[in-house]
Design a protein around this ligand. Structure first.
Ligand code: NAD
Ligand code: ZN
Length: 244
């Protein structure tokens, strides 16, 4: 373990362009469970509420589950040490950007300013009729479905639903950063969700060293990862930061 940490520290010190690719695992210590697995959100709820067609056909039913998961439950989450270490690394010039699959806004809350949100952000709302954007703080969740303050159209959280395409700017920005990277940190991602999982592969294809932080093996571990730091995101990132 100490030897792996030293290897990672050397790679990070020598890198002129480091990126971090994060998944649900980095927010587990903030109290947000992943979607999959036995304690996952989809063990308790039906994932169809995030299916775009289902949402349009059953806006009220979808919204009541969405409110419970993403606003009653995730709404109170705070960034943990893993998010904060990434924020400090950016400030110190040790990290160019975070590419996240998460929608919880915790990277920004943890001090990161360059964040590519591959799947959007739950803290922003978008009107499906007129395209008006507004913050989730302005929403009255007592009255469902949520409707637009401008045109009364159906409002949707501005994160990617099943059957929806990836936000184009985040997509292009992520792949470009991956192509420029010399080190790619993969933190708390299983690597099952496409096309997001392409990002670290793109980094590797361009010669980046892949450092993975995850208590368990993922789809990346065997074929892609150069240095696997086994452990929880906050614990491992604090250990890395101390040695940098
Ligand atoms: P995922 O690919 O994001 O995988 C979760 C991974 O986290 C697993 O490999 C697990 O071993 C690892 N992990 C668990 N605890 C950890 C810890 N303390 N430190 C580091 N790693 C840890 O899986 P998913 O939940 O199926 O994700 C599906 C999609 O939904 C992804 O796009 C994901 O980002 C998104 N999602 C986002 C949130 C959020 O915004 N916080 C929550 C759930 C899912
Ligand atoms: Zn509208």
């Amino acid at each position: 373990r100490e030897q792996q940490l030293e290897k990672a520290v050397n790679a990070l010190r020598n890198s002129k362009y480091t990126i971090a690719f994060t998944g649900a695992g980095i927010s587990v210590e903030s109290g947000i469970p992943p979607f999959r697995g036995e304690n996952g959100i989809w063990a308790k709820y039906d994932s169809q509420v995030l299916d775009l067609d289902y949402f349009h056909e059953n806006p009220k039913e979808s919204w009541s589950v969405i409110r419970e998961i993403f606003y009653d439950y995730f709404g109170v989450a705070q960034p943990n040490d893993a998010h904060k270490v990434l924020g400090r690394m950016e400030q110190q010039g040790l990290l160019k950007c975070v590419i996240t699959q998460n929608i919880d806004n915790l990277h920004q809350a943890g001090g990161s300013s360059v964040v590519y949100e591959f799947h959007g952000n739950s803290q922003r709302m978008v009107c499906t009729q007129c395209g008006h954007y507004f913050p989730s703080q302005d929403v009255n969740f007592q009255k469902l479905p949520v409707t637009c303050p401008k045109c009364s159209g159906l409002v949707k959280p501005d994160f990617t639903f099943f059957g929806e395409s990836i936000p184009t700017e985040a997509y292009a920005g992520s792949l470009e950063a991956a192509r420029n990277s010399e080190v790619c940190l993969i933190i708390g991602s299983l690597g099952e969700v496409m096309p997001a999982a392409m990002v670290p592969w793109e980094a590797k294809r361009n010669g980046a060293t892949i450092i993975e932080i995850n208590p368990k093996p993922s789809n990346f571990t065997g074929p892609l990862t150069d240095i696997h730091l086994v452990g929880k995101a906050s614990e491992v990132l604090l250990a890395l930061e101390q040695r940098l």
